[in-house]
Design a protein around this ligand. Structure first.
Ligand code: XMP
Length: 211
């Protein structure tokens, strides 16, 4: 059941990132990298990390079509498995991401793990995401009302959910409400034993969901 977890590797240091990826990469569905790791190490870290797991770039793209295409092309060139984009930028921008992504999976943010203006337009954002042809949606694992709402609207789209662990969400509740994959960062990489922390989350899923 470990492969229901996406590990958010929000560290700067290259060696620490590699060590963590080596330790847990084959036990998770994917590793998600965000600006902290990229700003310190450059996009090359995506290729290096992809030795250990699928790599999803959480760039939360929010720009015009040409710019999001340029960024998405680069992630594909360096072996990314997936990319996260905003959807509030509208259909043209999100379609450009999907087109440049090719075989990569595109996930679009429709609700955040903290309150945001997106809460007022979640339905529209899911519709834009569907129209653009994304593979999955990002919806919060720590805000049941919004996760449930997104699940009801998602159709067949996969749902990946941050907000579990450090932000207060519970992994089992999130999966019951509709998350296909749960994103966990600090509760794993800040643990004295990241491997054990990951196993504990996986055990929780096994114990509760297989009953
Ligand atoms: P923690 O340490 O809180 O890490 O377990 C969570 C990771 O997920 C990212 N994050 C989000 N990504 N929509 C997203 O696309 C969100 O609402 C959201 N909230 C958190 C966060 O940047 C970190 O990498």
């Amino acid at each position: 059941m470990d492969n229901k977890i996406i590990f958010a590797l929000d560290v700067y240091d290259y060696n620490i990132a590699m060590e963590l990826a080596k330790k847990v990469g084959d036990k998770v569905f994917a590793i998600k990298v965000n600006w902290p790791a990229i700003l310190e190490n450059g996009i090359k870290i995506v290729r290096d990390l992809s030795k250990y797991s699928n790599i999803i770039c959480d760039f939360k793209l929010a720009d015009i079509d040409n710019t999001v295409s340029l960024i998405t092309d680069k992630v594909r060139e360096y072996g990314g498995y997936g990319i996260i984009s905003h959807s509030f930028t509208g259909l043209n921008s999100l379609k450009a991401v999907v087109k440049s992504a090719g075989n990569m999976k595109v996930f679009s943010v429709v609700s955040m793990s903290q309150e945001s203006y997106l809460d007022n337009i979640t339905e529209e954002l899911v519709q834009i995401s569907k129209d653009a042809g994304v593979y999955g949606l990002v919806a919060p694992g720590n805000r049941p009302y919004y996760l449930k709402k997104v699940k009801e609207l998602a159709g067949g789209l996969k749902i990946i959910s941050p907000g579990v662990g450090a932000q207060g969400g519970n992994i089992v509740d999130a999966m019951i409400l509709g998350s296909d994959y749960v994103i966990i960062g600090r509760s794993i990489y800040n643990s004295p034993d990241p491997g054990e922390a990951l196993s504990n989350f996986a055990r929780d899923i096994n114990n509760k969901l297989n009953k």
